[in-house]
Design a binder for this molecule. Structure first.
Ligand SMILES: [Zn+2]
Length: 496
């Protein structure tokens, strides 16, 4: 029965995802494609039989084992079958693309060779297909999120108790961002728990965000620090001297220096000085914390964030605190992390990380308990072969699909179809060199995600713009796409 279900699903999958007709192909290519399709259909039939045999053996052995048959594994094998078929079509499509863009080397032989090697492995070792082995390393992201969240709350308490009379930027409640807090991780064995710590100006100071570079999607802000008048206006109990109107000598004697004299360069808040200061604060604040009795804290090098590792025996968690200044009351920040080398230390690149994390939270609240959206992203990002495709591209593709395919259609049983949706949209994006930024200019964002008006009304930037101007980059990205499909198949075959 299980095998019949596979076949039905498989046939549905194939019918549902017919590839574009091979228009304009020469006779030899068409023939090769047909031969490969024929070979793969035979292969699929054999694999399904193999699965059926395995399931019968299992059911004969123990009903309990059958009940515990890993659904993910079952579905993953189905994806494998679809990917086999899908990958074969890609051979032709990508060979054409390679020829079209004039990529160096003979991509045709290389790809066909890899394809044949993979096929040969399946052929020569049918017993190697074991659904039990198809699994990713299990990572308990919730434990890490909870541990890092607790630590951030404690650090904030220490700051409030110990530094309330100083004039350093005031950390607000840390916001979990990035893959681990969204429920997936491109490096399953070694996730990095990222939090964004919003910084507010201390008493007597104001932050003003000034746009430095207007290019989309990457824009830099400067955080100009202004001193405000705090002269008492008849209110008793004011214990702060006004930085603007008190004599400098008195200020120096009785009060901590202003932020302009500590973490700024000129009138602007300096990312590197801020990060360095915060790392120093964490080092000092750590010792009295209850966590320090069980965990060892190691600060890791980073110039624009505070990276550290908590370890205890064999267990360890890596975390990164990035800093940000909120744009108005929106979910967009001028953040400390920079993607481009040589970013000045006073530049704070705009980040949508909080808006994206909120979107994943919104989806998780609506999705059924067995929703597979994070599993899809986990599996795909784990299989990324090179640097031509980023996990952020994959995540953007997924977010677009999550906002168009209803949450009820992301159940565990929908896994193969959703995986095919992602691959299909990814391929289409790479071929057309167009993938819209998910947050900027997106009118379909849930209401709870707040954007500044300039971003709400902006034309969505194209994340693949660089492919349009650089044929080599497109060839690399397509090559990576092909590698992704092969890698995914390999992962599903070997289980690791
Ligand atoms: Zn004053």
């Amino acid at each position: 029965m299980l095998g019949t279900t596979f076949l039905l699903l498989l046939v549905q999958g194939l019918l549902r995802y017919p590839q574009p007709a091979a228009r304009g192909l020469d006779e030899a290519t068409r023939e090769r494609m047909e031969q490969r399709a024929e070979y793969l259909s035979q292969e699929m039939a054999r694999l399904v039989q193999e699965l059926e045999r395995q399931s019968l053996e299992q059911s004969a052995g123990a009903w309990g084992a059958l009940l515990l048959w890993p659904c993910w594994g079952t579905l993953a094998v189905l994806v494998l079958l679809l990917a086999l078929w899908f990958g074969a079509k890609q051979v032709v499509s990508h060979e054409e693309k390679w020829e079209e863009v004039g990529a160096p080397g003979n991509g045709k032989d290389k790809h066909s060779g890899a394809q044949d090697d993979e096929a040969h492995k399946i052929e020569s070792n049918p017993g190697g297909l074991s659904v039990q082995r198809i699994q990713l390393p299990v990572v308990d992201l919730e434990k890490g999120c909870s541990l890092i969240g607790d630590l951030m709350a404690k650090l904030r308490d220490v700051f409030e108790q110990g530094l309330s009379h100083s004039f350093y930027p005031v950390p607000q409640e840390a916001i979990g961002v990035g893959s681990a807090f969204e429920g997936w991780s491109p490096r399953a064995e070694d996730p990095v728990y990222q939090v964004l710590v919003a910084l507010s100006p201390p008493a007597g100071h104001a932050f003003h965000l000034e746009l430095d570079t207007a290019g989309m999607p990457q824009r830099n802000f400067w955080v100009r620090v202004e001193l405000l008048c705090t002269c008492p206006r008849g209110q008793p109990g004011e214990d702060m001297l006004c930085f603007l109107h008190q004599p400098e000598q008195e200020l120096r004697r009785k009060q901590e220096p202003s932020l302009l004299h500590t973490l700024c360069t000129g009138s602007y808040l300096d990312v590197q000085k801020t990060a360095q200061w915060f790392c120093g604060f964490v080092r000092v604040a750590w010792l009295p914390l209850p966590q320090s009795r069980h965990w060892r804290l190691t600060l890791l090098p980073s110039s624009r964030s505070c990276r550290f590792q908590l370890s205890k025996g064999q267990e360890s968690f890596k975390a990164e605190m990035i800093f940000g200044v909120r744009r108005g009351d929106s979910d967009i920040f001028a953040g400390s992390l920079a993607t481009e080398a040589g970013t000045p230390s006073t530049a704070w690149p705009e980040t949508c990380a909080v808006a994206e994390a909120k979107f994943f939270g919104h989806i998780s609240r609506q999705a059924p308990q067995d929703s597979c959206h994070c599993k899809c992203l986990q599996l795909l990002s784990h299989s990324l072969p090179g640097v031509g495709l980023s996990s952020y591209t994959l995540k953007t593709v997924l977010m677009h699909l999550l906002s168009t395919v209803p949450p009820t259609r992301w159940r565990r049983r929908d896994f193969p179809r959703r995986m095919m949706d992602i691959l299909k949209l990814l391929r289409c994006s790479l071929e057309t060199k167009a993938l819209q930024h998910f947050v900027i200019g997106n009118e379909r964002l849930p209401e709870e995600i707040r954007l500044p008006s300039d971003l709400r009304l902006a034309e969505p930037p194209n994340l693949l713009q660089h492919l349009a101007s650089d044929p080599d980059a497109q060839a690399k990205a397509l090559q990576d796409y092909f590698g992704l499909v092969l890698g995914l198949r390999q992962l599903l075959l070997s289980g690791h």
